[in-house]
Design a protein around this ligand. Structure first.
Ligand code: GDP
Ligand code: MG
Length: 285
């Protein structure tokens, strides 16, 4: 496994034109097991730029196509209370992954769904890998994967990653998310009316300060939770009335990872709901 310095230029730099796939999840859900099974020896590790958080990234091949997988640090939340949460949140918000796999522990679904719902506020191009199905069965849990997928509005793939079970289906789903042939319809979390009103106002204030396509609602949630970096952004000077929002062009392939902080590099969120259901496979309602 190569190490360190390589990561300074980041997985995006190494990916060339390969789709970038983020692996997120609570600690001990089998994320590294999935990552190792899919990337084999084609891995690099290193510290996240400006952080002591170690992360791994590598290349997976599936049906003749290459993907760059990023094994994000395990977190229970994206609310940036720790360096790990900040790294995972920044990568999902600003690293522009083409798809995100949230590895969830089937034996502790309720706790794991907290992160799933947060990720869905950042990006819709998500597949949930429901791992440790063997342990869940041993405990007598029988999870209806179809109902879960319908409730979340994104695909759910059951797996026993330690035995490689479910991983080909995972990569088929990732491939379909990356090439746009699979359309998701994530269900938004609806907060109480006063919170929704605050979010709406914060989103409007953030919209003028961030590039089009930035996950405004999620950043507004973070502001309400007291995230210092979002609050700093809101406290900064507002752009003059009528001035266009920052363009935020996607960097060319080979650009380094965005550094921590609110880099204006955000790929517009895909308009998944506008794609014709006749021509695309669809997940969820
Ligand atoms: N029983 C069972 N154990 C698993 C499965 N996937 C991973 N593990 C084990 O769970 C532990 C944590 O896995 P790891 O990949 O390090 O989790 P991470 O912290 O999310 O990266 C390891 O001992 C794995 O061998 C699975 O599907 N079933
Ligand atoms: Mg791990």
């Amino acid at each position: 496994m190569a190490s360190d310095g390589l990561f300074r230029t980041g997985p995006r730099a190494a990916s060339g034109s390969h789709p970038v796939v983020a692996l997120a999840g609570n600690p001990n859900t089998g994320k590294s097991t999935v990552f190792n099974a899919l990337t084999g020896l084609a891995q690099h590790t290193g510290n996240w730029p400006g952080k002591t958080v170690r992360t791994a990234w590598g290349t997976a091949r599936h049906r003749g196509r290459l993907y760059t997988l990023v094994d994000l640090p395990g977190t229970y939340s994206l609310l940036a209370g720790s360096a790990e949460e900040e790294v995972a949140s920044d990568f999902l918000c600003h690293g522009r992954p083409d798809a995100t796999v949230v590895v969830a522990d089937a034996t502790a679904l309720e706790r794991n769904l907290n992160l799933v719902l947060q990720v869905l506020e950042v990006t819709g191009k998500v597949v949930v890998l429901l791992n440790l199905i063997d342990e869940a069965r041993r405990k007598g849990y029988d999870i209806d994967v179809g109902v879960l997928a319908e409730g979340l509005g994104v695909p759910v793939v059951p797996a026993v990653a330690r035995d490689g079970r479910g991983l080909p289906e995972l990569m088929d789903t990732v491939a379909a998310l990356c090439d746009g042939s699979l359309v998701t319809h994530p269900r938004p979390v609806v907060y109480p009316p006063d919170v929704e009103e605050s979010l709406r106002r914060l989103e409007a204030r953030l919209a003028g300060r961030l590039p089009r396509g930035a996950p405004l609602r999620w950043l507004a949630v973070r502001a309400l939770c007291g995230d210092a970096r979002v609050l700093r952004l809101l406290a900064g000077p507002a752009p003059p009335p009528g001035s266009p929002a920052p363009a935020g062009p996607a960097p060319p392939p080979g650009s380094p990872l965005p550094s921590p902080g609110f880099s204006p590099v955000v790929r517009p969120r895909p308009a998944v709901s506008r794609t014709s259901p006749e021509t695309k496979r669809s997940a969820g309602p």
